[in-house]
Unconditional design. Structure first.
Length: 221
């Protein structure tokens, strides 16, 4: 394959049709040689409101699906939506007075809605994760339960899961959780990874130093 025919995929992009540039960003990506996109919904409070029920999740997902469809028209390849819950939602909900278990239930309901979009072909994969900042033990435990639930839904629907989590290199236990739920660990994708990540599939930042590590090892990223 000629280098000019090589697909160029951005594995994690937000297109904000409410407060951002929306589809214009996809057009700029194409102008710079990009061909394919995975478009993840922005956190609910950045599109609609802090989601406390299924309707808010659904509205945000519909916006993401719509702008992704428009983005596909701008690309030589295509774009796919990846839908789910942002892990920081649990902190937003706790601040509003929900306890961590109630927040967990709301977020799991949001994943149920996202799974509906996967089931009917409107989305390609799910997203979930856990906070990338310090939280108390109860919030951490509830967040891990949300992530486990995302793995179970992904296994049920035969799709991948993209994770937004804390940094680090050893995520072998997380990959094992995915396997225990019925996923191939290659379907567990760690967004914002360094090149030395262990466990899930790496979604490595387009930084030369980080990309050299998986390239030298012959691993996928």
């Amino acid at each position: 394959m000629d280098i000019d025919d090589t697909p160029v995929l951005d594995n994690h992009l937000h297109l904000d049709p409410v407060n951002g540039r929306g589809v214009e960003a996809a057009a700029e990506f194409a102008d710079h040689g990009g061909t394919h996109l995975l478009v993840l919904n922005k956190p609910s409070w950045m599109l609609v409101e802090t989601a406390t029920d299924e309707s808010a999740f659904r509205e945000g997902f519909d916006l993401t699906v719509s702008v992704t469809r428009e983005a596909s028209q701008m690309l030589p390849g295509r774009a796919w939506p990846v839908l789910g819950v942002h892990p920081a939602l649990i902190s937003k909900l706790v601040e509003k007075g929900y306890d961590p278990e109630e927040a967990r239930d709301i977020m799991q309901a949001g994943l149920d809605v996202a799974a509906e979009f996967v089931a009917d072909g409107r989305a390609l994969a799910l997203k979930t994760g856990r906070p990338h900042y310090d939280v108390d033990a109860a919030v951490w435990a509830a967040s891990n339960e949300v992530m486990h639930y995302g793995f179970e839904l992904a296994a049920d629907h035969g799709c991948a899961v993209q994770l937004h989590t804390e940094g680090g290199e050893d995520f072998e236990p997380v990959a094992e959780w995915g396997e225990a739920a019925g996923l191939d660990r290659r379907q567990v994708v760690k967004h914002y990874s360094g090149g030395r990540l262990r466990g899930p599939t790496k979604s490595v930042l387009a930084d030369k130093d980080e990309l050299r590590s998986p390239s030298r090892r012959g691993t996928r990223s």
